[in-house]
Structures are given as C-alpha cells and as structure tokens.
Design a binder for this molecule. Structure first.
Ligand SMILES: C[S@@+](CC[C@H](N)C(=O)[O-])C[C@H]1O[C@@H](n2cnc3c(N)ncnc32)[C@H](O)[C@@H]1O
Length: 426
C-alpha cells in the first residue's frame, strides 16, 4: 500500500523520477517505453523535471554510486538505492539545498511499507553526502557497466573508452538537418554550421517552438546520423530504397535531394511517424510497411540499410541504455543485420550501391559485418572513396568503412557513434 506525502515540496517529479529509475535498473525497460505511462498524470513542468532528473542522474550513475560507496556497508534494496542515487545527484550536481533533498527522499521511502524502515538510512546517508559534495569534482568520468565496457576496451583500447565515457557524461547538443538552406536555418535558430553540414545548437530548449519547425525547414538529426544519406549522394530521380526507414531522418534527406524514395519499415506505427515527418516538411516518399527480408521490389539504384542495432552509439542521448540492457539480445541483432545485408544486395540494380550503417559502437555491427559480407560474396567491394564527403576526417575511415565516435569533435559537442560503409558489386 502506498501513502502519499502531500506536504513535501517537489515530491511529484521526484516520485516519478524514482519510478522511472526503478523501471530502467530493475525492470530493465528503456525510458522511451515507460516514460508516458509514468509521467502522463503530472503537470508539464513536473513531467519535464522528472524526465530531466532521471536522464541526468543515469548519465552520472557510476559517480553517484562512488559517492555512496563509503556510506553503505551493504547494498540496500534497489528502490532505496535509486532514491539515494537521485538524492546524490541533486546534492552534488544540482547543488540543491540538503534539507529539501533529504526530506523529499525520506518522504518517498515512507510511502511504501517495504522501504519505510529505510528512511533512517536515507536520512543519514544523504546528510553525510551533503557534507562532502566537494568530492564529486574529483571523481573520474562515469564508467559504463562492465558488460559493455569490456568489449569496447577490446575493440578500441582503454584510453579511447575513457574518452567515450567522458563524452557520454557531457550529453549531446541538438543537431538539425536543413531541408534546403542550411545557412538560413542556422541563422534562424542561432546555431552553427558543422563541417559536415548539420546545424548545431548548444542549448536546445523546446524543439517545436524553434523557428522553422512548423514550416518544416529542418528536422532533428545527430550530425553523425546525417552522414549515411550524404554518403549515398542522392540525386533527383535516383531510385532509392530506405530499407529500415522509421522514424525517417534519412528518408527526409533522400527525399529533400529529389530522389525517388521507397521508405520501408516493419513497424506500421513507426512508419506513421515517417509520414508525419514528411508531411511537416512538404516532402514525399512511397511508404511500405513490410519485413525487409520478405520485401519484393526494385531493382534500386541505391539502398540505404540503417539496420536495427544495439544503438550503443547514442548513449549520450539515451543514458538508460547501458542499464536497461545487458547485451543478451545482441547476437540476434547481429544475425538479423547479416540477413538484411544479403537481402539488400539482392534488390540492387546492376552497378547499384548499398550504404550500410548502424548507430552502434560495437564492431560486431560494423567492421565485422563488412568482413563477413565480403567473405559471403566474392564479387563485393567496399567503396572507400564514397565515404570521403565534406567534414569527414581521413582517420575516421578504416578498411571496412567510416567509424564515428562520441569523443570526436570533443570541443564542439561530440557526435553519435556510427558505422557507415558503401558496398558495390565489382
Ligand atoms: C535504426 S532504426 C532506423 C532509423 C531510420 N533510418 C532513421 O534515420 O530515422 C531501425 C528500424 O528498422 C526497423 N526494422 C527492424 N527490423 C526490420 C525488418 N525486418 N524489416 C524492416 N524494418 C525493420 C525498425 O522498426 C526501426 O524503425
């Protein structure tokens, strides 16, 4: 049974943030799956506060645990631990007044019989942390959980992983892709134009109120995510299949260049979002809801295969991912990517090109997929020249393709981790 604590300020947002933290770390759910259910009853400011608090605290979770370590002789129940983590984040990062933070999390513990007897512990630990907040700045960047850290160290080495972790902790700016006039969009929103042609805003605010949103002059798309469609080099009338299209960032780029785009996705509801995005921007594409493995069509001059993947390249913006996942479902994704590559190759017109990409840091979903595809198809080759588009630095390109990482452009706000390659038949 729950009892509410109406007299403590700021409790609604904190209660929701704690429920979201439990959903991610205990139920292993992604924030995107549970956000509306856990926050819909809140006022808009409380909803925004809960979402920001849980996201920012997840981004710093390892540091929160390091602050708590000296004060805990053994780990308390997960709900209690999560309350402590949120409290530490508020004290050490937001510099919130200690009495308000302590009272709030003690009150939340009292709401459930199972956690009520931990209120003394929460009170004592948060008070102790509040006396040593200056230790926070001396802590190393938050580490990823071992299941993800270990393979990344094997792939990139420890120094690079440390740099990636520092980039994860910094979060992500807002990047936009312009429909036509990049300079005009940059001026309208007060952003800067990146070397690869995206527009970057340091402070995002409410996206839908930015100039040009209603007019459909741009869409939100990370600078690295904008590279695959640029690399495909769409031209007016080019027959292009966007094989895993939703929510449609790359479909929009292809359509904006005048290509004859078929946007395919297995999920009808996600495909609906592609349609909405196209409509907002006054663009069009043929929409097909189907399993790409069974799709019959084409042949196509070019195919963009932005394959379903672990999304480990997007942790800056999805800090829940390392805690909601444990890698157990990844091998099935690697296998699906292999099948999708082979299916795509079968749909290409003679001389056609396949742009394969994943928003992943794992080489299993990038370089390894290319090496395996080259073994399966002896008439296949990687077109490295096609990867050298504006802003792409020479050392981002390896024998199998282009790899971006969150620690690239560190001083300018970073970018998502992506792998992109172009495959052609010899
Ligand atoms: C990485 S997302 C694509 C992002 C998109 N290209 C963009 O830029 O906005 C992968 C997409 O693949 C779709 N998908 C997964 N399995 C599929 C399949 N067998 N056939 C077609 N689409 C599939 C998912 O529904 C998801 O929308």
């Amino acid at each position: 049974m729950k009892t509410s604590s109406p007299n403590v300020a700021g409790l609604e947002a904190r209660r929701a943030a704690l429920a979201l933290m439990d959903a991610v770390t205990v139920e292993k759910r992604l924030l995107s799956e549970v956000l509306s259910k856990k926050t819909d009853a809140l006022s808009p400011p409380d909803r925004a506060r809960a979402q920001r608090l849980v996201s920012d605290a997840l981004r710093q979770l390892d540091r929160c645990d390091r602050m708590l370590g000296p004060h805990l002789s053994k780990l308390p129940a997960p709900h209690v631990m999560n309350a402590l983590r949120l409290g530490v984040f508020e004290l050490c990062v937001e510099k919130a007044p200690a009495h308000g933070v302590v009272n709030a999390y003690v009150a939340l513990m009292q709401e459930r019989p199972k956690s009520a007897h931990f209120k003394g512990l929460v009170n004592a630990v948060l008070r102790k942390v509040s006396e040593s907040v200056d230790k926070w700045d001396g802590l190393p960047a938050p580490m990823m959980p071992k299941w993800l850290r270990k393979p990344l160290i094997a792939d990139f080495g420890k120094q690079t992983v440390l740099a990636i972790e520092a980039a994860h902790a910094r979060g992500a700016p807002l990047d936009l892709s312009a429909k036509t006039d990049t300079a005009a969009v940059a001026e309208a929103v007060g952003g800067t134009i990146l070397p690869t042609g995206s527009v970057r805003l340091a402070e995002a605010g409410q996206v839908t109120t930015l100039p040009g949103f209603v007019e459909g002059d741009w869409w939100v798309q990370d600078a690295a995510a904008a590279l695959p469609a640029r690399i495909l080099a769409p031209t007016p009338g080019l027959r292009v299949l966007d094989m895993c299209a939703a929510p449609g960032g790359k479909t929009m780029q292809l359509a904006a260049a005048g290509a004859d785009v078929t946007a395919l996705d297995i999920s009808p509801s996600r495909l609906e979002r592609v349609a909405q995005n196209l409509t907002r921007c006054g663009l069009s594409a043929e929409m097909v809801s189907a399993d790409a493995l069974e799709f019959e069509g084409g042949p196509f001059d070019a195919i963009l295969l932005d394959a379903p993947c672990t999304a480990t390249g997007t942790i800056r913006r999805h800090p829940d991912l390392p805690y909601a996942k444990d890698g157990g479902d990844f091998p099935a994704l690697f296998e699906l990517q292999e099948y999708l590559i082979d299916r795509a190759l079968g749909l290409l017109a003679p001389g056609g090109r396949l742009v394969y990409c994943t928003c992943s840091l794992l080489i299993d979903e990038g370089e390894e997929q290319v090496r395996d595809a080259l073994k399966r198809h002896d008439d296949l080759e990687v077109d490295l020249d096609a990867l050298r588009v504006a802003g792409v630095e020479a050392d981002w390109i390896g024998p199998e393709g282009l790899r971006t990482r969150p620690d690239f452009w560190a001083d300018a706000g970073g970018m998502d981790g992506f792998f992109v390659t172009v495959l052609r038949r010899k």
